[in-house]
Design a binder for this molecule. Structure first.
Ligand code: PNS
Length: 161
């Protein structure tokens, strides 16, 4: 059985993330979407809110499990007996940091491999930060995040929708 981890901050989950989740879940037998619980950052959504939104938008994907993790990704991978990490690459600007992350993970845990999925062209521009900036300024985010996530973001900014 092939298992993989798709890790990220998912603050919040975007259509680009969901696209990578769907395509990965079609390739591997079991996909763990792993939400980073990073106390140092000040996220818009708590970890439990992010996990719950991800569970909701992946309800129709029976081989997808959503979990949170803290500490090193490779330790979380080892704890779950997973040796494959999946990351999405949007543009060449992602490549440098993603390559460094993948190489670091392989140096500190030699059995770990990272596969990169090219994000779909229609989501190549999209990031959680972009979504937050548009929403904060009363812009339309209906094409950027799954429908159930839209009102939750406006609510965080106290915007009636
Ligand atoms: O969605 P993001 O913020 O680009 O995801 C980054 C993430 C969570 C994959 C990365 O920050 C991570 O794996 N953090 C856990 C800490 C870790 O393992 N660091 C060593 C690799 S550089």
């Amino acid at each position: 059985m092939t298992s993989a981890i798709y890790p990220g901050s998912f603050d919040p989950v975007t259509m680009g993330h969901l696209d990578v989740i769907r395509r990965s879940a079609a390739i591997v037998d079991h996909l763990i979407v792993a939400v980073l619980n990073n106390g140092a950052k000040s996220p818009l959504f708590s970890v439990s809110e992010r996990v719950s939104m991800l569970k909701d938008v992946t309800r129709d994907l029976p081989n997808v499990e959503v979990m949170s993790f803290s500490g090193l990704l490779v330790d979380f991978a080892k704890q779950n007996s997973v040796t494959l990490i999946i990351r999405g690459l949007r543009a060449v600007t992602d490549f440098e940091s993603e390559l460094a992350m993948a190489q670091t993970n392989r140096v500190i845990c030699p059995g770990i491999e990272t596969f990169f999925l090219c994000t779909s062209l229609r989501y190549a521009y999209l990031s959680s930060s972009t979504v937050k900036e548009v929403a904060q300024n009363h812009g339309d985010i209906s094409q950027l995040v799954p429908p159930s996530v839209v009102p939750k973001i406006y609510e965080k900014y106290g915007i009636k929708h």
